[in-house]
Design a protein around this ligand. Structure first.
Ligand code: BTN
Length: 257
């Protein structure tokens, strides 16, 4: 247990130079929105952190509860022009960087529920929300915002999440200093961003082969088992009837049975 505040001087001194502007806000609607609203005046590598968010956003329109000092609420601005594969890569390396960081800092080993939630002992402890804007001619991106939220000390969750969500503090007696975790995360994130070779690493941290899952796609719901991550970063699931489906992160919700 430790509720130290986020320490700007220390973080700035210990993260890669790529993260050239760092803002730590006390309270904000959403760190992703702060970046979106100021994207034109800031460079790639801008990091926004907040002690609390009043309108923290999750995927698929959900809320990400972000009470003061209870979690890590972090957004990063990237401007990756003309790189069609980058979204897929970011969707995989962001949870991978955090999974490794949690392991390196606290010895806990989260599993990545494809594409980018982190679970520990059957509970969700972190999530990723990536937002982007394509250029007018749709051929490149104006920007990409990577948002990651980690439950560190959170004990209150929205009713629909209370049975599946938990915090790092539920699983360790270690001192949980959010500064350590953030520094490690940004360092690992930059290393993976520069790497071409992260798929096998991701496979080591994702839901293991054979894990039973329920897939919902629009009005269709079916059960199956995780088979593998293919070379494009898509999840291949074997349905109970023996056929295989390739899941695309934009359109699939995956629930652990
Ligand atoms: C999810 O689990 O559905 C994604 C949660 C993403 C939450 C983070 S917290 C920092 C950033 N700002 C937001 O409003 N959302 C992301």
């Amino acid at each position: 247990m430790n509720n130290r505040y986020l320490d700007k001087a220390r973080i700035q001194a210990e993260i890669p130079d790529f993260f050239n502007v760092l803002d730590i806000l006390d309270s904000v609607g959403s760190t992703n929105d702060t970046i979106k609203e100021n994207v034109l005046t800031h460079p790639e590598g801008w990091v926004v952190l907040a002690e609390s968010q009043t309108k923290g956003k999750g995927r698929n329109g959900r809320t990400f509860l972000s009470n003061k000092g209870k979690g890590l609420y972090c957004s990063i601005l990237l401007k990756p022009h003309n790189d069609g594969k980058i979204l897929n890569k970011l969707s995989l390396i962001t949870p991978l960087a955090m999974a490794k960081s949690i392991h390196e800092c606290y010895g806990l080993r989260p599993v990545i529920k494809w594409p980018n939630d982190l679970w520990l002992n059957g509970k969700k402890i972190a999530g990723v929300l990536i937002e982007t804007q394509f250029s007018q001619d749709q051929t490149s991106f104006d920007f990409v915002i990577i948002g990651i939220g980690v439950n560190v000390h959170t004990q209150e969750f929205p009713t629909d999440l209370s049975s599946i969500a938990a915090s790092l503090e539920d699983f360790t007696e270690s001192v949980l200093d959010r500064n350590d975790l953030l520094i490690r995360f940004l360092t690992n994130f930059k290393t993976l961003l520069d790497s071409q070779d992260f798929m096998d690493d991701y496979r080591k941290w994702m839901l293991p082969y054979g894990t039973e899952v329920i897939v919902t796609h629009q009005d269709d719901t079916y059960s199956g088992r995780v088979f593998r991550l293919n070379e494009n970063g898509h999840l291949v699931v074997t349905k109970d009837d023996g056929t295989s489906v390739i899941l695309n992160s934009e359109e699939i919700h995956l629930k652990l049975k």
